[in-house]
Every structure is written in structure tokens, then in C-alpha cells.
Design a protein around this ligand. Structure first.
Ligand code: BDR
Ligand code: CA
Length: 309
């Protein structure tokens, strides 16, 4: 059983990551914190709470994170995720209150109260976790690992070679990647493989429980961006790769690499520099996921959605 805190910015793919985390008996979801990214901080908080309400969960503490990246203004993901951040689904009004604590203090509380080490899963910009590490360095030893959706080896989805989460807050990504905590990095390369195809979407549409209906709406909306801009066969499900890896790492192909983040480049600020061939001879600081068993992943998502029957 993996004790995790999910730091997310829902976001269509964050929503599926959250559903997988609630569904899996191998994951103990201690708390959810939200970041400014796909939408402003108040909206991503509301979205996370609506999703938990949809799943009939009101006992998992949720707290809102920083309003802005560490040093920059927020770029929001409205072009991919719509004005609500979760366009396409009718979601319930949250039926519980958010914690009266900032995200980093909720993380500190949950990590210090946990007798075990805690895994932090980051599916939005790294702002909250960079701040948490700066404010609570004494708790670093209680973090088992960081599982991060971010970066890409030679590919981008926001600029030609930059991925959205690292692009939004490159300084935070750099701090987190260089934290010395064991890291599993899911870059765009694996997210591009973790596609839901038409057949998977049809199967999701057949699930008549409220979670299934909401996810059907989400994948339909999310698909519009990929059809029109990207010409992809299916929908890349970036964020759920993190939780899927925790559920079964044997379904992935990974490689230990030295990873850093560019913060100053004129065209490449926010780019992850993944030293695949160990050209720098630096000690690898991340296990980087490159490939996923796609049919297994699609079935996992379907099983999760069906489990709310
Ligand atoms: C990341 O950007 C966001 O739009 C997604 O939620 C994901 O976390 C992919 O680059
Ligand atoms: Ca996200």
C-alpha cells in the first residue's frame, strides 16, 4: 500500500489520475492539494473537490496551493481544458469544505503525522512542492519519493520542446528535480503513448454510473483539442501515468537518467534536459518512464470508472 498526496491542477487528465488513485486498493490517498496551472488556483481547488464529491468521498482533506508560479505570472491551460478547467462534464457542487490551511501546510501535517514515508505525486506545476521543500526541509527525510508528470525528451506540447507543467513554473521544477529525493519522472514521451482510443472512449460511454458519465463528457471535450490541433489517433492521458506506475511499475519501460530543467533559455525555458546517454557523466537523479503497456492502461481506466457502479 502506497501512502500518497496528490498535488494536481484538474484538468481532464488530472481528473482521471484522481479517479485511479481513489479506485486502486494499492493506493492510500492521504490528501489532495491543488496548484495553479490548467486554471487559476480557486478553480482547480473547486474542480478537485467536485470530483471527490462525484466519487462520494468527503473524508480526504483538500487544500489550495499558491496563486502563482514562484517567479512568473500564471499561464493557464484554458485552450486544452476549457474555462472551467474541466469542460465537458456536469460536476456536482462540492459537499465538503476545503482545509483552512495552505497546500504546503496540509502536506506538512499529513507527512509528519504519517508513521510511514509518504509519496508525493505531482500532476501540475511543481510550485507547491518546491515551496513545501523550502519551508519544511526537516520533512524531506519523510518523503519516500516524488512521482512527477513533467518535461519531455526532445518533445513539447506547449512550446516546441517544452511541456506545460514545467513551462508554467520552470524554477519550481528545477528545485524539485534537484531535491535529492528519489524521483520517477513521467515525461510527455510516455504520456503520448498512454492514449485512450475511440474504442476505449466508447467503452467509457457505456458506463452509466455518475463517474462514467462525467468521464465520458471529459474525454469527449478533451478529444476536441487533440483532433483539431494534433491529429492524434487517441487522447494522451499524461497525468494518470503517475498513478498507473504506482499501481504496476512492471507495465512501464524506464531508464535512470540525470535530469535538470532549463530556466533561462530564450526558446527553451522550462525544457527538461534528460541525459539519456549519460553524456554529462552525472549521477542519475530520476527514473524516467518512456513506454507504457497501452492496452493495460486503457483497461485500468475502464475498470476504475466501472468500480463506481
Ligand atoms: C500536463 O499539462 C496539463 O495540461 C495536463 O493536465 C498535464 O498535467 C501535460 O503537459
Ligand atoms: Ca495536470
Amino acid at each position: 500500500m502506497e501512502d500518497i498526496i496528490l498535488d494536481c491542477d484538474p484538468g481532464h487528465d488530472d481528473a482521471i489520475a484522481l479517479i485511479l488513485a481513489v479506485y486502486s486498493s494499492q493506493i492510500n490517498l492521504l490528501g489532495v492539494t491543488t496548484s495553479a496551472g490548467n486554471q487559476e488556483h480557486s478553480q482547480t481547488l473547486r474542480n478537485a473537490m467536485s470530483l471527490l464529491t462525484l466519487m462520494n468521498i468527503n473524508s480526504i482533506p483538500v487544500a489550495s496551493g499558491n496563486r502563482t508560479p514562484l517567479l512568473r505570472s500564471l499561464i493557464s491551460g484554458v485552450t486544452m481544458h476549457g474555462v472551467s478547467g474541466l469542460d465537458g462534464a456536469e460536476l456536482p457542487i462540492p459537499n465538503f469544505q476545503a482545509q483552512n490551511l495552505p497546500a504546503i501546510e496540509l502536506i506538512a501535517k499529513l507527512v509528519s503525522e504519517n508513521p510511514n514515508k509518504t509519496t508525493l505525486v505531482i500532476t501540475g506545476p511543481c510550485t507547491n512542492i518546491a515551496l513545501f521543500l523550502a519551508v519544511h526541509p526537516d520533512l524531506k527525510s519523510k518523503i519516500k519519493q516524488l512521482v512527477i508528470l513533467g518535461g519531455g525528451r526532445g518533445v513539447g506540447n506547449w512550446q516546441p520542446t517544452t511541456e506545460f507543467n514545467f513551462q508554467v513554473d520552470p524554477e519550481a521544477a528545477k528545485i524539485v528535480v534537484n531535491s535529492g529525493i528519489p524521483i520517477t519522472l513521467a515525461p510527455l514521451n510516455v504520456g503520448f503513448e498512454a492514449q485512450l482510443l475511440d474504442e476505449d472512449k466508447k467503452n467509457i460511454h457505456k458506463v452509466k454510473n455518475p463517474v462514467g458519465q462525467a468521464v465520458a463528457g471529459l474525454v469527449d471535450f478533451y478529444g476536441l483539442s487533440f483532433d483539431s490541433y494534433w491529429n492524434f489517433e487517441g487522447l494522451p492521458m499524461y497525468d494518470p501515468c503517475t498513478i498507473a506506475w504506482l499501481i504496476d511499475p512492471t507495465k512501464f519501460v524506464s531508464r535512470n537518467c540525470y535530469v535538470d530543467v532549463e530556466t533561462k533559455g530564450e526558446l527553451t525555458s522550462g525544457e527538461s534536459v534528460i541525459d539519456y546517454y549519460n553524456i554529462t557523466k552525472k549521477k542519475p537523479n530520476a527514473d524516467v518512464l518512456f513506454h507504457i503497456d497501452r492496452p493495460w492502461f486503457a483497461q485500468l481506466v475502464l475498470d476504475a470508472v466501472k468500480s463506481f457502479d
